[in-house]
Design a protein around this ligand. Structure first.
Ligand code: CTP
Length: 422
C-alpha cells in the first residue's frame, strides 16, 4: 500500500542498477523520486540498457557519472569501483531487471559493473523484474527469482497490464512510486549513516551455533512428516555471524539452500533427534546459540521399515514427542553463553513467547507470526518482536531476512564479546 506522504530517504545511499528493457525509461522518474525523497543516488547500467535510456540523462538527474563497464577504457584502476560502491550503498535497487540480468544475479556472474557490484554489495538488494509475459512465466525465470529470494534478495513482483509486445499479462515494471515505497520500507529499519553505530559488534573468537530449516520425521522409508520452513532465516544468521568473524557451526535440516560463505562447519541432519545430538555435542564450546530451526515436536512412534501399502485403508499414526533441543541447552547453560530462541505463534504471541523464554532459560526470544503478510516461512522478509529476559521488548519493522539477521546480531551479541568460547 502506498504511503500517504512520500517517504523520507535523507542521507540514504541508493544504488540504482538499470538493465536493457523497454521499461528502462522509468529509471529517470525513479532517480528523481529517490532524489526528491532526499537520497543520494548512483546509477549503474548494463551495456544493453544504454539502448533504451541515455547515461547522460541518468547522470544529469543523479548528478554523478553513470558506470557501465567493469574495465572502462580510459580510467586506470577504476575496476575496483564495484567494491567501493558495494560498500557505499545502503540499498541496491535493480529496476528494471531483465530475465538475462536476473539469471546472472542468480548464478553469480560478474561481467558488468552492475553484476560485479551486486556480488560485492553488503547491503540488501531489491530486484524489480520487467519482461514479456512468457519470459516472466518461464520456469527458468521463476526458478531464478526463487533462487534470488533464497539468497536473501527482495523481489518486487512484476505488475499486470499491457506489455511492449502488445500482449496483456504480468511482466510490467511496477510504477516508480511503488518501487520507491518498497525501497523505503526496506530502508526503514536501517539507521541513517550519520547516526549508525561505528561498526557492528565483532564476533571474532566466538563459536556461534545456528540451527536452520525444518526437520523430517520418517514414518516409512519414503514418507516423512515435516513443515514449511525454508531455512532462509537461519542461513542469513549464519552468514551474518560469519561476516562478523565468528567461527560458525550451521546445523541444518533439509533445505534447498547453499551453505553461506565463511561457514565451514555445516552439519546436515534430517530428524529432530539427529539435530538434538549435533547440537548437544557442541554445547560446551558454543558462546552464542541461534535456534532458528523449525524442529518437529512429534515423530512417528513406530516408523515402518517397508513402504506402507494403502490396501489397509485409513492410516492412524501414533506420534511421540521429540527432545526439546533448546530446553536441554537451557538446562546446561553456562555463564558465558547466550541462548536465542524463535517462537512461531499464531495466537497470544507475546504471552507464549515470554513463557518459552522463561521455560527454556533463554536470554532472548524472537517472536514472529507466520500468518502476517511478509513474515514467517517462505518470504524473503520478516517482521519480528525481540523479547529479552530483562523484560525488554522491541518490535522491529518489516525487513529483509538478511537485514534482520544483522539487526538481531546487533542486539543479542553481548558487549565486549562476553560470549567468547570458554
Ligand atoms: N525447539 C527446540 N526443540 C523442539 C521444539 C522447538 O529446540 N523440539 C526450539 C525452536 O527451534 C525454537 C523454540 O524452541 O527456537 C520455540 O519453538 P516453537 O516451535 O515456537 O515452540 P515449542 O517449544 O515447540 O512449543 P509449542 O509447539 O507449544 O508452541
Amino acid at each position: 500500500m502506498r504511503a500517504a506522504s512520500p517517504p523520507d530517504l535523507s542521507g540514504r545511499h541508493l544504488l540504482l542498477g538499470v538493465t536493457g528493457s523497454i521499461a528502462a525509461y522509468k529509471a529517470a522518474p525513479l532517480v528523481r523520486l529517490f532524489r526528491t525523497a532526499g537520497a543520494e543516488v548512483r546509477v549503474l547500467m548494463t551495456p544493453d540498457a544504454e539502448r533504451f535510456v541515455s547515461p547522460l540523462t541518468l547522470g544529469t538527474l543523479s548528478e554523478h557519472e553513470v558506470l557501465t563497464k567493469i574495465f572502462p577504457e580510459n580510467e586506470d584502476g577504476a575496476w575496483t569501483k564495484h567494491v567501493t560502491l558495494g560498500e557505499w550503498a545502503d540499498l541496491f535497487v535493480v529496476a528494471p531487471a531483465t530475465a538475462q540480468t536476473i539469471a546472472k544475479l542468480a548464478h553469480g556472474f560478474c561481467d558488468s559493473m552492475l553484476t560485479a557490484t551486486a556480488l560485492s554489495a553488503r547491503c540488501p538488494l531489491l530486484v524489480c523484474p520487467a519482461m514479456d509475459r512468457e519470459m516472466y512465466r518461464h520456469r527458468t525465470t521463476q526458478d531464478n527469482l526463487k533462487r534470488l529470494r533464497e539468497i536473501g534478495y527482495d523481489v518486487l513482483p512484476a505488475a499486470h497490464g499491457e506489455l511492449a509486445s502488445g500482449l496483456e499479462g504480468q511482466g510490467r515494471l511496477p510504477e516508480p512510486e511503488t518501487i520507491r515505497d518498497r525501497a523505503a520500507t526496506m530502508l526503514a529499519d536501517r539507521t541513517a549513516p550519520e547516526e549508525a553505530e561505528p561498526s557492528p559488534r565483532s564476533l571474532a573468537g566466538t563459536h556461534v551455533l545456528v540451527t536452520a530449516g525444518p526437520t523430517q520425521e520418517p514414518f516409512d522409508p519414503v514418507r516423512v512428516l515435516t513443515n514449511r520452513s525454508t531455512g532462509t532465516m537461519g542461513y542469513a544468521l549464519a552468514a551474518a555471524a560469519a561476516r562478523r568473524g565468528a567461527e560458525v557451526t550451521l546445523v541444518t535440516g533439509p533445505t534447498a539452500l547453499e551453505p553461506p560463505a565463511g561457514v565451514d562447519d555445516v552439519v546436515r541432519v534430517e530428524t529432530a533427534e539427529e539435530m538434538h545430538e549435533a547440537v548437544q555435542a557442541r554445547r560446551d564450546t558454543v558462546g552464542l546459540v541461534l535456534m532458528a530451526a523449525a524442529v518437529a515436536d512429534y515423530t512417528p512412534a513406530e516408523p515402518s521399515d517397508s513402504k506402507r501399502k494403502k490396501d489397509a485403508g485409513d492410516l492412524t499414526l501414533r506420534l511421540r514427542r521429540t527432545p526439546d533441543i533448546l530446553k536441554t541447552l537451557g538446562e546446561h547453560k553456562h555463564d558465558a553463553q547466550t541462548l536465542v530462541g524463535f517462537a512461531l505463534e499464531t495466537d497470544d504471541g507475546p504471552d507464549n513467547a515470554r513463557r518459552k523464554l522463561s521455560d527454556k532459560n533463554l536470554d532472548w526470544i524472537v517472536l514472529n507470526n507466520p500468518t502476517e503478510e511478509g513474515a514467517g516461512f517462505g518470504p524473503s522478509t520478516n517482521r519480528v518482536t525481540l523479547i529479552g529476559r530483562d523484560g525488554t521488548e522491541e518490535a522491529l519493522p518489516l525487513m529483509s531476512k538478511t537485514a534482520l539477521a544483522d539487526a538481531l546480531l546487533d542486539r543479542v551479541t553481548p558487549p565486549s564479546a562476553a560470549v567468547s568460547s570458554p
